[in-house]
Write a protein that binds this ligand. Structure first.
Ligand SMILES: Cc1cc2nc3c(=O)[nH]c(=O)nc-3n(C[C@H](O)[C@H](O)[C@H](O)COP(=O)(O)OP(=O)(O)OC[C@H]3O[C@@H](n4cnc5c(N)ncnc54)[C@H](O)[C@@H]3O)c2cc1C
Length: 411
């Protein structure tokens, strides 16, 4: 049997690796089990995508010490333009409304991964086992025991954190029940160049098949997330670059200028899942293993990082008070404290899809009126921004940019 860990994390993707970094220097013994090494082309979390992180997620990255390394690859979003193709009415959201320098940042996931792994590799208290595939989990009174394919000895810990993503096999092994909604669409991710400066504005445009998100990169380029019906995905994937560019321009319109070239494309399936707490004790789920949302509003990883901030705070407090980090009170508090935000984000993203999906007579008119009305009400826009950037509600240390090892503001 391996020497007992305080915390064992299954999954060293965006969320699992962030948690490990957050727990560094607390005097805890931590092991991360990851089936696909960071530099492997098949690594699902750190691939060719760019993702949008919120202002609060930036603060968490500062607190865990990786923002400096990422900052040079981060493209700020200062405004967001929400509209519907061929309809009047729009909302423009600006970072000055909530007094922050950016609403969020567009960052390649590989750059986040590199910073996280550089940090983990330099750590004396964190062990990374990769490639290692967690297969079996069982619990005793004071430990959780995990068996991996590639590791001959069982691994034990006071607390098991399941962060193995949306296709999580471990969540059912630990007795969590998944509620899943499959969407009728896929999402195509690509990059475009345009003939116009975007001045750091992101676009969310609801079109015939669903939302198209353009996230600003450099001065005149965008990372694109284009929702397409499943049955049309192959058709679009077979198009030449110029055909694809023409179709994207047709569906999006000219609000962001003329599209001049398009990059490589990749298709991702879409799902919305939520998971009940596991029945195995000393176990929590975080990130996509606990909830998966439609990427329309760029909230999935941000929600996972809020899980990290909450769980890390509870673990740090237990460590500082020299109490058991896997005690049921910690697990209970974690699930209670995360329930509201998780429900809210799932309802928000799903509601956004349903609202623009709706074809009942008059729905389009209501949407146009609704967008215009919201745009004229700064207080509603402020509240919307504070929620979507993670600035509303209780703020733990990481969200305030404070390292857990610093002892500042510790309770
Ligand atoms: C097209 C697209 C665009 C997106 N855009 C945004 C965005 O703009 N903003 C945003 O906030 N979110 C976005 N998201 C969501 C975001 O990518 C996810 O929320 C995030 O990747 C979840 O991270 P995770 O670590 O929980 O899971 P994953 O990224 O799935 O990582 C899970 C890790 O666990 C490992 N693993 C799996 N099983 C095992 C096992 N048995 N043993 C050991 N290791 C295992 C995997 O190899 C992987 O490394 C987007 C998602 C998609 C698909």
């Amino acid at each position: 049997m391996d020497k007992k860990n305080d915390v064992l994390i299954i999954g060293g993707g965006l969320v699992g690796a962030s948690l490990a970094c957050a727990l560094e220097n607390l005097g805890l013994r931590i092991t991360v089990i990851e089936s696909i090494p960071f530099e492997n082309q098949l690594q699902p979390s750190f691939d060719e995508r760019t993702i949008a992180i919120t202002w609060s997620s930036r603060k968490i990255f500062e607190a865990i010490g990786i923002w400096k390394e990422i900052a040079s690859t981060a493209h700020p979003i200062q405004k967001i333009h929400v509209s519907e193709k061929d309809r009047p009415g729009l909302i423009e959201l600006d970072c000055s409304l909530i007094n922050v320098e950016a609403l969020g940042y567009v960052i390649p996931t590989r750059s986040i991964g590199k910073a996280l792994f550089n940090r983990l590799q330099q750590s004396f208290s964190i062990q990374i086992l990769t490639p290692a595939n967690a297969k079996h989990v069982h619990a005793t009174v004071d430990s959780v025991i995990v068996n991996c394919d590639e590791v001959t000895v069982p691994l034990t810990a006071s607390l098991l954190v399941v962060a193995d993503g949306g296709r999580s096999l471990i969540s059912s092994i630990v007795g969590a029940t998944k509620n899943e909604k499959k969407y009728h669409e896929n999402i195509m991710v690509t990059r475009i160049d345009t003939d116009k400066n975007h001045y750091r504005m992101a676009f969310e445009r609801f079109s015939k098949y669903g939302p198209i998100a353009l996230l600003p990169i450099g001065d005149t380029s965008f990372s694109v997330a284009w929702t397409l019906p499943k049955e049309k995905t192959d058709f679009y994937m077979r198009m030449t670059d110029s055909e694809l560019l023409f179709n994207l321009q047709k569906q999006f319109g000219f609000r962001a200028g003329k599209f001049t070239s398009i990059g490589t494309r990749k298709i991702y399936p879409l799902a919305r899942t939520s998971v009940t707490p596991p029945s195995t004790h000393r176990t929590v789920l975080i990130g996509n293993a606990a909830h998966e949302v439609h990427p329309v509003a760029g909230q999935g990883f941000n929600l996972g990082l809020s899980d990290v901030a909450e769980l890390a705070e509870l673990i740090a407090n237990a460590a500082q008070n020299e109490t058991d980090v896997g005690h049921y009170q910690i697990i209970d508090s974690y699930f209670k404290n995360r329930a509201n935000q998780t429900k809210r984000v799932i309802a928000f993203t799903d509601g956004l899809i349903n609202m623009f999906d709706s074809s009942f007579p008059g729905a389009r008119l209501f949407r146009s009126i609704g967008l215009t009305a919201i745009d004229m009400m700064p207080s509603i826009k402020k509240s919307l921004l504070r929620r979507t950037t993670g600035l509303s509600g209780a703020k733990n240390r990481l969200i305030r940019g404070i390292s857990l090892a610093s002892n500042q503001d510790a309770s």
